[in-house]
Design a protein around this ligand. Sequence first.
Ligand code: PLP
Length: 367
Amino acid sequence: MSGPEFIPAAKPIIGDEERAAVDAVLRSGMVAQGPEVAAFEREFSEVLLDGRASVAVNSGTSGLHLGLLAAGVGPGDEVIVPSFTFAATANSVALTGATPVFADIEPENFGLDVASVESLITERTAGIMPVHLYGHPANVLALGELAERRGVKLFEDAAQAHGASVDGRRVGTFGAFAMFSLYPTKNMTSGEGGMVSTGDAAVERRLRLLRNQGMERQYENEVVGFNARMTDIHAAIGRVQLTKVDAWTRARQENAAFFDAHLRGVVVPPVAPGAVHVYHQYTIRVLDDRDGFVKALNDEYQIGSGVYYPIPNHRLPSLAHYAPGLELPETEKAALEVVSLPVHPSLTQDDLDRIVTAVNTLAGAGA
Ligand SMILES: *Cc1c(COP(=O)(O)O)cnc(C)c1O
């Protein structure tokens, strides 16, 4: 007898339309950055950024790195980032030669804590880079006000937050630049890729130069740059996904609403007033034996889940030297307690019921 089918933590949706779009690019014989990338940039700006300009690159990490360089960040500067995030956030700061400075998070939404950030601002601070973690907007209104008051820039790591908003304004339109990842497990994908948005024409031009060996015109290299171009193959996938991302976000939000209404015995994710959460992850807190809970979900109930992120950045072997002896209480607590449940658009009602029953039983709250 076979048991119930395994429910994966994430499931990229790639179908016939994406395959046909890739095939058309391959048949054209022109596969490097070209008209598909240009169209993808225009459409991304229209669909997700209320028209703010966007520049496509080959990964989200490249997008953060080039965004920081284009905004003028370099050696001697400090950029304040959360420690409770994927390492790419701080890596991108370190790659510019600047120093990542780790601030603590708000316990409710896992975004940068404004008071913690303010206590870390020095004369070297060039910018503050919140992460819209799990698809919930960080407190960009207060952080933006703080940045302006202290004369530093605001940058956004929006890797997980396509379509999220605060008071009706999209994330990705608050910072000097913002980055969206297009990795397969994100809310939409191009295979690999990243999109950088900016409202500053000078930053946009530097981004376009930096991704292409410093060239605007062929062989007239103006600055030392990278090859961080997106291919037309990837852009063709991204353009199809862009037509679906709003419907997928609604499906994520409906799945989250079902969990909110039915989960018992665990801390469900609150949504800040005025915020639209796009549920890249539906992240609960399990206050007692989180790791045992994750193992039982997997082994006894065939339900995948994720712990994002078990080791805070300031304790990683690669980054700990930036923050010797640092203690960030809310960050450390979150790293011990969080579990992200499947919330992706492919879940069926049966899957949702199974997840609720499993979580409530394991949390001792009954089915
Ligand atoms: C995925 C992710 C990145 C990096 O994006 P890639 O496209 O994988 O390079 C950066 N920051 C956060 C918060 C992410 O989730």
